[in-house]
Ligand binder design. Sequence first.
Ligand code: NOJ
Length: 535
Amino acid sequence: MSGFQWWHTAVIYQIYPRSFMDGNGDGVGDLAGIISRLDYLQDLGIDAIWISPIYPSPMADFGYDVSDYTDIDPLFGDLATFDRLLEAIHRRGMRLILDWVPNHTSDEHPWFIESRASRENPRRDWYIWKDAKPDGSPPNNWRSFFGGLAWEWDATTEQYYLHLFDRKQPDLNWRNPEVKASMFETLRFWMERGVDGFRMDVVSFIIKDEQFRDNPVEEIVDDDVSDSNPIHREQRHIYDIDRPEVHDVMREIRAVIDAYPERVSIGEIWTEPLARWAEFFGQNGDELHLPFHFGLLFLPWQAQPIRVQIEALEAVLPPGAWPSNVLGSHDASRLATRFGPQAVRTAAMLLLTLRGTPVVYMGEEIGMVDGVIPADKIQDPQGINSGAELSRDPCRTPFQWSEVPYAGFSTVEPWLPVAEGYEQRNVAAQQVDPHSVLNLYKRLLAYRKSTPALQQGAYHTVTDTPDTCYAYLREYDGQRRLIVLSFADAEQTLSLDAIADRGKVAVSSGLDREGEDLDLSRLRLGAHEGLIIEI
Ligand code: NOJ
């Protein structure tokens, strides 16, 4: 294990706290609810929990609009409950990663209340204020990622402030040293309390062009990470986000993290193309430990685009860099909805056998589907501003624990409706079904944990497979595992004897072929079947 930290070999599980478990019967998930389900997570076999923001917030963006970085919103609990949660997680040998939101605060944060009070206020420069153009229009053409302009007029002080997200999320001015110092203090506050690291929200956005130039307007069609949100693709985002100067701040952030042993820095980095994305590891490995790799999120569920993406990822990684693959999140359509139900099992096998630290979004382990949210129940600001098709509510519906009303998530009507089909698709039902998706996740997680080739091994594509298959090797210290994934609707027979003559099934996606001896010159692979093979 030399050179490996806990986060290299960990599997991270993302909890969207509003929707995981309601402990106090108000229809919204909370920390007490998470505590009550830690045994489930331990039994599942994950190693670290990342919780989306739990700080005090007006909830304009459900916690990504923070009004106090060093407390807990009463909706979720309080600091004493947080300490109990952290202790209970550590007692089980797991780790806790918090979400840190550095790009913007809530407009109800005391810093912004002061900043907007007058042009002379000492905190005026903590946010980004600009005069109107002579004709009264905004300072430049930047757009909010939630739709509309990124500038909001303040009638009292007669200037615009910048908000790359909702107008209730004003952007902090990270060129101001006091802002930096105060935000670094918030990191220290939680590390002193014992948290094991941070997932840093849109951290590559924090530095803006010093001259606030217009972004070039052109439709972006050819990047290596495609994205379904048209707002992201109508301008070339070279001045509002991902500025080269951000790397100086990234190194400062890393130094704050490194002052505490064994903490991890994870970044939400969408930067394109991959070569620029890879810069967030730092030239000397001194920026992020794990910039999330989102390249698989928006690809079609086909073997060749996925293979090409993984090869491109492996090719751009600087020496010593470690990938972290994401297949689902609170911002993207559910796997079963995006790729189709037939993809759920092979997607699990892909995510948990690729090289790197996988992130499992809560509910994927039971194959949850997107919920259907009636128009008058849309909660997400992105859906409200830019249209229902861009709403992220469908992937944020309550977790499905059992077949009782509200899926065992709450005793009262939850903040978002429970997705259809929960009576069959829930933890209780899948626990007793030996072939369930939940039991596949458990088996994959346990097998991964006991197999250094999967946790730490090198990655090699297996070539000469049919277009509808993706096969690769993972190898560590003489241990070799062959992973074969079908993306085809029909059974097929493969010749893989260039790799080895014979093999033995360690895990099959249907949990029905374990121990089977294989002649690799004639490998039978079912439709959308995945196999981990010991060779
Ligand atoms: C990315 C988060 O994942 C998303 O949920 C949020 O709306 C934006 N950042 C703004 O904080």
